[in-house]
Design a protein around this ligand. Sequence first.
Ligand SMILES: Cc1cc2nc3c(=O)[nH]c(=O)nc-3n(C[C@H](O)[C@H](O)[C@H](O)COP(=O)(O)OP(=O)(O)OC[C@H]3O[C@@H](n4cnc5c(N)ncnc54)[C@H](O)[C@@H]3O)c2cc1C
Ligand code: FES
Length: 338
Amino acid sequence: MEIKKIISGNFEVTVNIKVKDTDNTYLLRIKNAFISQNFIPGQFVMIKPDFCCSDPLSARPFSVFRKFNENEFEVLYRVCGKGTELLSNVKKGDYVSVTGPSGNGFKILNNKKSQNIYILIAGGIGIAPLFSLPDFIKNHIIKNSIKENEENENYDLEENNKIILYYGSKTENELYFRHSIHSSYDEVYFATDDGSFGYKGNIVDLLFYNMKDYCLKNFELENKDKNNEKDKKNVFVNKEVIKSEENVSIKEQLNIQFYSCGPKPMLSNLINKFRDYSLDTFKKNSLQVSLEEHFACGIGVCLGCVIKINSYNNSDNFIFKRVCKDGPVFEASELYNY
Ligand SMILES: Cc1cc2nc3c(=O)[nH]c(=O)nc-3n(C[C@H](O)[C@H](O)[C@H](O)COP(=O)(O)OP(=O)(O)OC[C@H]3O[C@@H](n4cnc5c(N)ncnc54)[C@H](O)[C@@H]3O)c2cc1C
Ligand code: FES
């Protein structure tokens, strides 16, 4: 079994600056070669300013945003309370206490026999754990291809693997790094609640509007009450599915992986739409979500972060798992009533 190394100590801050055009979002850069070189997107670090009290519960969890260089990694955080306010006062040259990289990260499933589409769905600051994922996916595919090269010399990486981003927020200023984000993706879609940039509305609706382009047959509505008001606005997707039936044989060979992080209402909406549309889709195509529950200890001891996970072995049909230790990334189909 792979043993995960987690480091803990005080490390120097080299940058802590407000992100341009935002009121309350900061980019924090910390000197630590191990985290920079070894984190998996989706993993988190517990951070606390050195001048804070000794209470371990005052450390706060943040996703590792990206590797800046071999010796430094970055965290993108939004000030929303006491802990993040204190963190925003940290200056270059100060030290912060850091524990990590903790938790699991996103898993990459790549199928050489099909076309692979990786669809990332981010809401606001939920871009943080997803930001490094495109590079991680590309490295994973390249490493695997090198291993299997003799068998598959004609494999076209670019042609057979697409990475797509759906990024939504309340307003344009909360689409962090939107100017530089394009180069990592084959396609990028933006949505804002106020219509200040991209599609006006929520990003999950936009994804489902376009879903017909990614998976056709898999996406037929099942067990649906077609007269239900709630479902009416989505019925057009089903019509398109039927219209495009002739393409099914090509599209059936798709391996589609979905990765998401965002506010709880967005994730619930996404997961429920997956459930509604087709149990089949939900089983075949993995949707991994990174959950941002409130943490206290962050090391699996206090049980302050438990969530319900489906279980078919007990009468309640669920068991509890700790987001900090068993997550924060979960397969959405595992989540009980999320
Ligand atoms: C695994 C993980 C990764 C995270 N990654 C990031 C990240 O990369 N960038 C980032 O900005 N934030 C991230 N968060 C959320 C971040 O940890 C919280 O915003 C932070 O702990 C708030 O601390 P605080 O003392 O400033 O606020 P508090 O005083 O604790 O709370 C202030 C307000 O924020 C709300 N709040 C606190 N924690 C959360 C939470 N987890 N989710 C939703 N609302 C919350 C509270 O209900 C309250 O209304 C992550 C959380 C988890 C669990
Ligand atoms: S935060 Fe303490 S067990 Fe998860």
